[in-house]
Ligand binder design. Sequence first.
Ligand code: PMP
Length: 406
Amino acid sequence: MNLTDKPHPWQLAARAEAMNPSAIREILKVTERPGVLNFAGGLPSPETFPIEAMRAACATILAEGSLTAKPSLQYAASEGLPELREWVASEMGKQGATVSPDQVLITTGSQQGLDLIAKVLIDKAAPVMVETPTYLGALQAFSPMEPSIVSVGSDEQGVQPEALRAQLEGMAERPRFMYLLPNFQNPTGRSMSDTRRAEVLAVCQEFGLPVVEDNPYGELWFDQAPAKPLLARWPEGVIYLGSFSKILAPGLRLGYVIAPPGLYPKLLQAKQAADLHTSGFNQRVVAEVIRDGFLDKHVPTIRARYQVQRNAMVAALARELGPTGATWNEPSGGMFIWVRLPEGLNAQALLPKAVDAGMAFVPGAPFYARDPDTRTMRLSFVTSKPEEIDRGMAALGQVVKQALAA
Ligand code: PMP
């Protein structure tokens, strides 16, 4: 029986009142109808999961008499497995950021990193700045701490430095941080150019506004690696979040936070309280999988696959939506394309019709902290084959044309 049906002695904390079911999860329920082509999810393609490598790694770790079997199943250090922390530091070095393994905290997905950051840095009513639109899961992680979320004007390159400056000049209290997704953002797929990164960071530095840089998609570039991370440009003012979800498998729940030394102990204490440590076994499996440069071969196969799918979707959108006045971007990596419907249409209202026509998307509105653009939608191109993308975009084109004619 549902607890709420009966009188009960529980009283919710105020912060629990501030928690909401993910609008996306609610929407995804509508989309999960058999036979519907689903462009709504945020899942990586399961075709990219390296099952053989995982199987081999598990066998090695658990081999009879192996030195790794018992430690991988024992309680472990909250900071994470030393091999993984060293790997993260060395990878960041290749991207121009000088990171010590001591600054790396292995987390249970980068989503946990967002939660720990919220606990350590946000007081009730304290301002926190975000892009417009931004990752819904970050808004969810921050909201129990009851911040005052400030959305900063953004364009196809992310946050606009002038808009950021104008907002900061008008604020009485310095925001705790600005949350930024410089590479192939969720939900829009957009990226910050090198110049934009420098301009935005210059404003942040001028106002003493620290940055949380979230980068789960950075490795999924198609033609050219992204510009240098923000962490490399302002080491003491940036917390960086990374993840194995999009380059290995999200079910491992393995991510990391890189924090300036002064902040690290507090994040570690929050981590200890949250779950003692991230699964030691999963960490050992990943360390074993990636030990001999596996990702150097594996990640390019993901890039190549997703690029073909991106191309298919861009071509299909041009064919099917081009004549309607809808607009969209052509992301240079990642998993998502952001579409803006023609004037007068509402993505949320269109969704049931699209599902009836055999395809599903996510309306863009939930990704806005406030003042949603109701004409927007997010399409994932990575879990459908090119011919399914063709059929799905044809169905979308049909419902958009019908809605315009109505
Ligand atoms: N940040 C962003 C922008 C994301 O899109 C996601 C996954 N959807 C996450 C963080 C969390 O990823 P994970 O916990 O799997 O590392």
